[in-house]
Design a protein around this ligand. Structure first.
Ligand code: FE
Length: 292
């Protein structure tokens, strides 16, 4: 844990453009979850395609998991706050994702994988974020990495704010993953009561905050628990300032937009319909996810 004394200074915080409650849904073999970033926000929050929040202490809500299913054209980032999930994929990778761990998977031209809970009781809580790939990278070779909680870079500010830097950079700490084109920032920020947290964000990047414990204030606007705040893109704002009256935990996610057409069909996200037909055909013929 690095203790940082020099605060980055944000001269003007972005404001809150809109609060989003998300939609209760189920996916996989019947896992109950809240889709926080839904398909209608994909253009606005480009390069992010989806954010799901799952959290339950009822095994019926999660036990079926996500049996074998394909992906093509983007990256999935699974962050497990509590619980254990085993994943296996067609590239021969296998890993156990647990308390505080992250799995970063670049599906590229295609993987088939499963994500199955390894517990029959207790709390399962976490998030899955989908990050788009530039057209030039959608058919790249798949890649993946598991990070245990202890592998993830962490920062602690002078005000006692604890930050897990999953991607990007915060308070001088480089995140676990960097991407040249989309330049994702993915922070899990734990604010003690009365703390203030500043994070520079380039003006052109799209950004949002998701509060999963307590509530925070962004530029004077209250963001309650289980709400996503889309942060306004204003040319004058050089970052975001998040304040917590009481203990709070939030995700701060930002990235550089791709500004390309987005065509999604379930687990395939490409630029054209023809590429979607190709993905469906490759999957049907057993070519998606076959080892190179
Ligand atoms: Fe998946």
């Amino acid at each position: 844990m690095n203790t940082i004394t020099s605060q980055p200074s944000v001269q003007q915080s972005r404001g809150v453009e809109r609060l989003i409650a998300g939609q209760a849904t189920s996916d996989g073999a019947g896992v109950k979850l809240t889709r926080v970033l839904t398909q209608n926000l994909q253009q606005r929050l480009d390069p992010f395609l989806m954010l799901d929040a799952f959290g339950s202490d009822n095994p019926d809500d999660y036990i079926a998991g996500f049996p074998d299913h394909p992906h093509r054209g983007f990256e999935t980032v699974t962050y497990m706050i509590a619980g254990r999930m085993r994943h296996r994929d067609s590239a021969g990778h296998e890993g156990l994702l647990q308390n505080g761990g992250v799995q970063w998977m670049t599906a590229g031209k295609g993987v088939i994988h499963s994500e199955i809970p390894q517990q029959e009781e207790g709390v399962m809580e976490g998030f899955q974020l989908w990050l788009n790939l530039h057209s030039s990278e959608k058919m790249r070779a798949p890649w993946y990495r598991d990070f245990q909680d202890t592998d993830l870079p962490k920062a602690r500010t002078a005000q006692g704010v604890a930050v897990t830097v999953i991607a990007g950079e915060s308070h001088g700490v480089q995140g676990a993953v960097t991407r040249d084109i989309t330049q994702p920032l993915y922070l899990d920020i734990h604010l003690p009561a009365g703390a203030r947290f500043e994070q520079p964000i380039p003006a052109g990047h799209n950004a949002f905050v998701y509060v999963y414990r307590g509530e925070v204030t962004v530029a004077g606007q209250r963001v309650p628990t289980q709400r996503m705040a889309i942060l306004a893109n204003s040319a004058q704002a050089d970052g975001v300032v998040i304040e917590a009256g009481a203990d709070a935990k939030v995700l701060l996610i930002a990235g550089r937009p791709l500004r390309e057409p987005i065509v999604q069909y379930g687990p395939f996200v490409m630029n054209t319909k023809e590429e979607i037909y190709q993905a469906l055909g490759d999957f049907r013929d057993g070519h998606l996810g076959e080892r190179a």
